[in-house]
Design a protein around this ligand. Sequence first.
Ligand code: C5P
Length: 314
Amino acid sequence: MTTSMPSRRVSASAPAKINLVLHVGSPDITGFHPLLTAFQAVDVWDTVTLTESATMSIECRAGFDASMVPLDDSNISWRAIELLRAHHHLDANVSIEIDKTIPIAGGMAGGSADAAATILAATTLWETDVPLHELFDITRALGSDVPFSMVGGQAIGRGRGDVLQSIDVEQPLHLVVVMSDGHLSTPKVYAELDRLRAEQIKVPDALDEDFLDAWRRGDAEALAPLLHNDLEPAALSLMPQLGNTLDQVTAAGALTAMVSGSGPSVIGLARSAKHAAEIEAALKGFGLRAISTQSTPRSAHLQQGPAGQTGSPE
Ligand code: C5P
């Protein structure tokens, strides 16, 4: 009789992000748009579990329609595994399980979170033991937001959003996220912005000092008029009904409402956790899918569990 060792499993989670400020310049010669952005991780997480396996496979679980998530080698988690295998000259297969809570194609970097969690889990599963900054080229090759999905917390992003400067804050921000029906393709939103613009735009050299001060203090009232998203007009042009969602978030009592990144998720800023819960309830009363949440200082992290077992979500 042969006894086989249980397959080793490792789980890791990575956060959703919003851009409190997003300045977008005209595209450079590579076609990418230079950014100056205030990245904020929020307490909404995707978890990726990798299990040693004879063949590659992938599945995705979500409490909402996840049929847009590709279940083949075009999935960003699968691509992350292939890049890591090539980097480490490994010939190892894994089964990939993705537990999604971040809206899909919602402008909250859900795919980037899956890539970040995959990189972290694979590095642990394969005991490759390299400092994560060595994997930076892989991280940014997978997507402009993946480096931020690894570091989480708060950061100023420059370049394509992959050049990061972390920021410490004193207080969390309370938010409501509204998941819109439908999806927006990030490249199409950038292309629409270019179409709408009559002239070449340069990003500012630095974020506004009053914004930085309010962000550091977690002062939602001071922050509300300073939130800004250059992609919002482009998202609204492609999906005009988002204008109603923005109005509903304000009508529900949010200090301000804004499209998240390239959309179509919409965020509302609240004064407190209680205020966020009230806005969430009012939005649900309007028939919208809303969740109250808060900013998080945490980065992508392993879910700890006994060796050989999946870690339990925190
Ligand atoms: O890097 P990521 O996969 O998130 O980007 C998706 C697409 O969004 C890019 O192929 C590009 O068309 C557009 N993009 C851009 N400028 C950025 C980030 C993304 O034009 N800074």
